[in-house]
Design a protein around this ligand. Structure first.
Ligand SMILES: *[C@@H]1O[C@H](CO)[C@@H](O)[C@H](O)[C@H]1NC(C)=O
Ligand SMILES: *[C@@H]1O[C@H](CO)[C@@H](O)[C@H](O)[C@H]1NC(C)=O
Ligand SMILES: *[C@@H]1O[C@H](CO)[C@@H](O)[C@H](O)[C@H]1NC(C)=O
Length: 298
């Protein structure tokens, strides 16, 4: 079993290495090094990433397609907030490796490069004296490395100058970010997203206004919610987008649906987005390449 897992990991490593070389950055401890008799640590990291977080029915598919007109971009589509689950998994790992008292018995920072023998020795020393239901030796660094590898293997493996990413309309208040704790989850998830790759930029896409009139198509998708609850969540999502972009203009940018489809504004918007992404602003991209039936309000 162990051998099989090792073989799969090695095969993945070879596959990824031959496909991308330089995009696999050496990690803090020198990359995929061996540690005693341990299996090699995978420490794969995608280089440049762009994530589109959207409120839904706001042109995010057209925005994704505009970016994908750049030859070295591949932004994937909706994935049912899959990275929300990864974020929760990360939080669970983090909690189980720091909070419970029995974890405090071991200073895992001192053992983060320790061999299997060392870890087993710590375990065997303690186990006859005390129950260790929370024994997880992963240091924080390994949890982050695992998350980054997960992203890199799935999304980031076409080379260093390649830009990967995804767009998703579920990272909003009332969906992934529970209504009552929206700001808390949003403010935790964004740093997590930023840790996925070496360089991360985020586009926040919505209608210009969080009003019902501007977002009626979105509301119509799920009428089970009251207008009041819907608008409260949407309003808070807009406010979080706005304040995040105001505070982080280096890696966050706001894109309004109305500007994307306004012939007087769309060329300027395209240039601003390209500038923001450090791409040539003269690159011809357009928001209306996809068939009209696939774009909202068409
Ligand atoms: C844990 O180990 C690290 C690395 O050896 C050391 O710098 C740190 O002071 C230790 N922390 C405690 C609480 O002993
Ligand atoms: C919408 O959010 C703003 C803060 O951005 C707040 O001042 C306003 O009261 C909110 N409106 C509703 C209807 O929730
Ligand atoms: C802007 O809109 C006009 C009119 O629909 C269209 O011809 C042009 O391609 C659009 N430009 C961009 C950057 O989407």
């Amino acid at each position: 079993m162990k051998k099989t897992v090792f073989t799969i990991l090695s095969a993945t490593l070879v596959l990824v290495t031959s496909a991308t070389e330089a995009s696999l950055q050496a990690g803090q401890h020198g990359g995929n090094e061996r540690d005693g008799n341990n299996e090699p640590r995978l420490n794969l990291v995608a280089d440049r990433c762009v994530f589109i977080l959207a409120t839904g029915q706001s042109g995010s598919t057209a925005l994704m397609d505009a970016l994908n007109q750049l030859p070295h971009y591949l932004i994937r589509g909706e994935q049912w907030a899959a990275f929300w689950n990864i974020y929760e998994s990360y939080l669970n790992f983090k909690w189980t490796t720091t909070e419970p008292l029995s974890q405090l018995k071991f200073n895992w920072t001192a053992y983060q490069d320790a061999s299997l023998e060392t870890i087993k020795r710590l375990y065997d020393q303690e186990a006859p004296r005390e129950k260790l239901p929370w024994f997880n030796e992963f240091p924080q660094e390994r949890i982050i490395a695992a998350v980054r590898s997960y992203y890199a293997v799935l999304y980031g493996y076409y080379g260093q100058s390649f830009v990967s990413g995804f767009k998703d309309s579920r990272y909003v208040c009332g969906r992934s970010f529970t209504t009552d704790r929206c700001a808390e989850f949003f403010n935790g998830f964004l740093p997590f997203l930023r840790s996925l790759c070496n360089k991360v930029k985020v586009l926040f896409n919505s209608r210009a206004s969080p009003s019902l009139a501007a977002n009626i198509k979105l509301y119509d998708m799920d009428r089970s919610r009251s207008e009041e609850d819907f608008l409260k969540d949407l309003n808070e999502t807009h406010a979080l987008y706005d304040s995040y972009v105001a505070g982080n203009p280096d890696h966050a940018f706001r894109v309004f649906y109305e500007d994307m489809f306004d012939p007087l504004k769309n060329a300027t918007l395209a240039m601003k987005i390209l500038n923001f992404l450090d791409e040539d602003p003269a690159t011809p991209i357009r928001f209306n390449r996809m068939p009209a039936s696939n774009t909202p309000d068409s």
